[in-house]
Design a binder for this molecule. Structure first.
Ligand code: CU
Length: 228
């Protein structure tokens, strides 16, 4: 999860997030190269080592057309690659339906009989020592580790957005529409997220908690809940 004064992303907990962080670093290196080049050229011009008569116009025009085009390709290709990877729902092991409400989430495990529950934020006054303020919920989403989870996201009233940064998932919840995304948690753990669409007065108070547990633990939990 995020720490105070953290500059970078949260640690990746899914293969897609690892790719996204890698692409972010790649894009930052490109930006650094551009900044360095521009700064270097500015210095040359200020010290009058580079002026319009020192460089042939034809040559420089060729360079400043082709170079940005190559930079754009170097950014666009890896970006598209990840975009298509995120779009792919490869044979999900489990389907989870997340429904946004003002101001809580409802989860339905459509592969099970009657496995559905609401997930409300734990108010600060009820928070046990050591738990995270404005992030803990009363019922967590439990998913098996290293399984492909398909998430169907929708809303019941206004626009919401189901987002878990460390899993690399953010999908708009739109009333009357089913949006689809998928993730696979690479390790057991608890991953925190928040509604990411300004959805009303308590927008900040409908967090998302995904708990990734070994398959056996998940099966225990799901059989307990669906038999109720
Ligand atoms: Cu919301």
């Amino acid at each position: 999860m995020a720490n105070h004064s953290q500059l970078g992303f949260q640690d990746a907990s899914s293969p897609i997030m690892e790719e996204l962080i890698q692409f972010h670093d790649h894009a930052l290196m490109v930006a650094l190269a551009i900044c360095s080049l521009v700064l270097y050229l500015l210095t040359l011009m200020l010290t009058e080592k580079l002026s319009s008569n020192t460089v042939d116009a034809q040559a420089i025009e060729l360079v400043w057309t082709i170079l940005p085009a190559m930079v754009l390709v170097a950014l666009a290709l890896p970006s598209l690659r990840i975009l298509y990877m995120m779009d792919e729902i490869n044979e999900p092991d489990l389907t989870l339906k997340a429904i946004g409400h003002q101001w809580y989430w409802t989860y339905e495990y459509t592969d099970f009989k009657d496995l559905t529950f609401d997930s409300y934020m734990v108010p600060t006054t009820d928070l046990p020592l050591g738990h995270f303020r404005l992030l803990e919920v009363d019922h967590r989403v439990i998913v098996p580790t290293e399984s492909t989870i398909r998430v169907i996201v929708t809303a019941d009233d206004v626009l919401h957005s189901w987002a878990v940064p460390s899993l690399g998932v953010k999908t708009d919840a739109i009333p009357g529409r089913l949006n689809q995304t998928s993730f696979s948690a690479i390790r057991p753990g608890i991953f925190y997220g928040q509604c990411s669409e300004i959805c009303g007065a308590n927008h900040s108070f409908m967090p998302i908690v995904v708990e990734s547990a070994p398959l056996a633990n998940f099966e225990n939990w799901s059989s307990l809940l669906s038999s109720q």
